[in-house]
Write a protein that binds this ligand. Structure first.
Ligand SMILES: Nc1nc2c(ncn2[C@@H]2O[C@H](COP(=O)(O)OP(=O)(O)O)[C@@H](O)[C@H]2O)c(=O)[nH]1
Ligand SMILES: [Mg+2]
Length: 229
C-alpha cells in the first residue's frame, strides 16, 4: 500500500521544507507502506518550489489559484491508496501521521480528521477571534445544517482512502473546499473519526486567510448548499 501526502503551498519559503521533513517517512516505510509527497504550487513568487523539491517532494504547478484548486490537482496527481493532507506552514503535526494511517487501516475508518479543539492550540497559533468565535460558530452551524458532529470542521490535517476521496464530490475552488469536504464525508456516510492534535504557530510566511471575507464565504457556502440560491 502507498501513502500520498498532498500539500498545497503558496509562498511558503522558509517553512515548506521543514514541513515536508517533519513527515515521518522512515516510520511509515518501516510499517510497510510506500510513501510519496506531492506539493502543489500556484505560481509562488518565492523559493517555495525549489525548497519543496530539495526536501524530497514532487512539485506540480497549478495555474488556477486557490486552496481547493490546489488540492483537486494534488489528488489527481497522487498515486497512493491513502491520502494525507495538511498545510505547508508547519502548523499541523505531520509527525503524528502514523496515527491517522493506523486508524484507517486498523479500524477500517474512511475519513480521519484532526481536532485542534480536542487537542491543544499553541499560544499565538490561532487568533482569538478564530479560536473563540469564528471556528466554534462555523463548526456549530455546519453540524446543525448537515447533521454531523465534528469538533473542528476547519482542521486542515486529514487522511482518507482513495475510495473515500472518490465518493466525495469536491469542486470548490477556494477555502470552502475545507468544509465542502467534511459535508461530503458526512453526507456520503463515510466512517469518520477525529484525532486530537497539537496546532502550532505558523513557521513563517503569512496566512492566506482573511478572517471576515473567508468567514463570510464559509457561511454563504453553507447557506447556499442548505437552502439553495
Ligand atoms: N497552491 C496553493 N496553496 C495555497 C493557496 N492558498 C493557500 N494555500 C496553501 O494552503 C495552506 C492553507 O493556507 P493558510 O494560509 O495556512 O490558511 P489557514 O491555515 O486557514 O490560515 C497553506 O499551506 C498555503 O500555502 C493557493 O491559492 N494555492
Ligand atoms: Mg495554515
Amino acid at each position: 500500500m502507498k501513502v500520498s501526502f498532498v500539500i498545497p503551498a503558496l509562498n511558503e519559503e522558509g517553512i515548506v521544507g521543514k514541513t515536508i521533513k517533519s513527515i515521518p517517512v522512515d516510520e511509515i516505510k518501516e510499517a510497510g507502506y510506500e510513501v510519496e509527497i506531492v506539493v502543489i504550487n500556484n505560481n509562488s513568487t518565492d523559493n517555495t518550489e525549489q525548497e519543496a523539491r530539495d526536501a524530497g517532494a514532487t512539485v506540480f504547478l497549478e495555474t488556477n489559484r486557490g486552496y481547493g484548486n490546489a488540492y483537486q490537482r494534488g489528488f489527481k496527481e497522487a498515486t497512493g491508496d491513502i491520502y494525507v493532507m495538511g498545510d505547508a506552514d508547519g502548523t499541523y503535526p505531520l509527525e503524528q501521521s502514523m496515527d491517522f494511517i493506523n486508524i484507517i487501516v486498523d479500524d477500517g475508518c474512511d475519513f480521519v480528521i484532526g481536532s485542534r479543539f480536542d487537542g491543544t492550540i499553541e499560544k499565538g497559533a490561532m487568533p482569538a477571534l478564530h479560536q473563540y468565535i469564528g471556528n466554534p460558530m462555523l463548526t456549530m452551524m455546519l453540524n446543525l445544517f448537515f447533521h454531523s458532529s465534528y469538533s473542528d470542521t476547519h482542521c486542515g490535517m486529514r487522511a482518507f482512502t482513495k475510495e473515500a476521496y472518490e465518493k466525495m464530490e469536491l469542486t470548490a475552488p477556494g477555502m470552502e473546499y475545507a468544509i465542502e469536504m467534511v459535508i461530503e464525508a458526512s453526507e456520503k456516510d463515510l466512517i469518520i473519526k477525529e484525532v486530537p492534535i497539537n496546532y502550532r504557530k505558523r513557521g513563517g510566511g503569512e496566512a492566506k486567510l482573511s478572517s471576515f471575507d473567508d468567514g463570510w464565504r464559509h457561511v454563504k457556502y453553507m447557506l447556499t448548499r442548505k437552502f439553495g440560491k
